[in-house]
Design a protein around this ligand. Structure first.
Ligand SMILES: Cc1cc2nc3c(=O)[nH]c(=O)nc-3n(C[C@H](O)[C@H](O)[C@H](O)COP(=O)(O)O)c2cc1C
Length: 315
């Protein structure tokens, strides 16, 4: 069973990817994730200037969902450069540099910082839900605004492929994805956390998170991720690589996202529950399923649901 795939000039030994914002931003934590079996790692969102995060508590988890309002804290571009350069010295797995900003110039500025380090892909975060508090709406809620950011990044990204990271909280995610691709995006990451949601402590009658609300991730997000990926795959004619992310805990979850159209599968919230070697566990589960089903190439599964659906329409 071959779990590896090569696309946009990069080889991934397996389809699992550390999702952005999980396990901090140090070369040593990314190396630990690579040893835990990840096929690639994503940095947390990098700003062009240092940013403080929100006050604690910033995370609340149940077995069904997690809410987070960490507020995208960042130690600034000098620290990011140092850690990315250190990781890329031996480059155990591909690195995806995730960038963020409040205006197109900020996205371009941080892209110019990371591109000389030669990350494998750039991921443009257009979709952290808590950004609604900072700028009213998310870039990924509006096709024109999303395209404007992608164009600003593409002007300075050189040969590094660019992925647009989208929010599920829109009526037509396929249209937003297509606008990003038309603006030059080489791939789509879907999805970011949803909501935001809120949880209340019954005794104090107060919101549990200091920021009151936070982005929803974990198992409850998976069916929404599957539908979003399927719509993006349809809207882009199955020709654009998708990093599917949202509620993946097991190999079967990962396979479901791949059948919807994901080429790679991001894993975030599950790291807290299944441990840093969740990537290896998920790959073992994929291997076992594929062996039982007689599937020998993982890439044969990508978009499989769409091929089955078209057979039923043809007949
Ligand atoms: C604590 C936490 C921090 C996150 N920080 C970021 C971030 O900095 N940038 C980003 O693009 N996504 C961020 N995300 C979103 C994840 O990358 C992912 O898209 C989302 O959590 C859905 O995947 P999951 O259900 O596997 O966690 C964060 C998620 C969590 C739980």
């Amino acid at each position: 069973m071959n779990l590896s795939q090569t696309f946009l000039g990069v080889t991934f030994e397996n389809p699992t990817v550390l999702a952005s914002g999980i396990l901090g931003i140090t070369a040593s934590s990314w190396r630990a994730v690579a040893r835990g079996g990840a096929g690639a790692v994503t940095t947390k969102s990098l700003w062009p200037v240092e940013h403080q995060g929100n006050r604690n508590p910033t995370i609340i988890s149940t077995e069904h969902w997690t809410l987070n309002a960490v507020g995208v804290p960042d130690a600034g571009p000098a620290k990011a450069k140092e850690e990315i350069a250190e990781f890329l010295k031996d480059h155990p797995v591909p690195l995806i540099a995730n960038v963020i900003g409040l205006v197109p110039e900020e996205f371009a500025a941080i892209t110019e910082v990371v591109v000389p380090l030669k990350p494998d892909f750039l991921e443009v975060n257009l979709s952290t839900p808590t950004f609604r508090k900072l700028r009213g709406k998310l870039f990924a809620e509006d096709a024109n605004e999303a395209a404007k950011i992608i164009r600003a990044v593409k002007e300075v990204s050189g040969v590094v492929p660019v992925f647009a990271k989208l929010t599920p909280d829109v009526p037509t995610i396929g249209e937003i994805a297509r606008a990003c691709v038309d603006a030059g995006a080489n791939g789509i990451t879907a999805i970011n956390t949803a909501g935001p949601g809120m949880a209340i402590d019954l005794r104090s009658r107060m919101p549990i998170l200091a920021a009151h609300s936070g982005g929803l991730s974990g198992p409850a997000l998976k069916p929404i991720a599957v539908r979003c990926i399927a719509e993006i795959y349809d809207a882009t004619g199955g020709k654009v690589p998708i990093i599917g992310t949202g509620g993946v805990y097991t190999g079967e979850d990962a396979l479901e996202l791949m059948l919807a159209g994901a080429t790679l599968v991001g894993i975030g919230t599950a790291v807290a529950e299944r441990g840093i070697d969740v990537f290896k566990k998920v790959c073992d589960e994929i291997q076992m399923w594929c062996t039982n089903e007689g599937v020998w190439e993982i890439r044969d599964l990508v978009g499989g649901m769409h091929r089955e659906l078209s057979k039923t329409i043809e007949n």
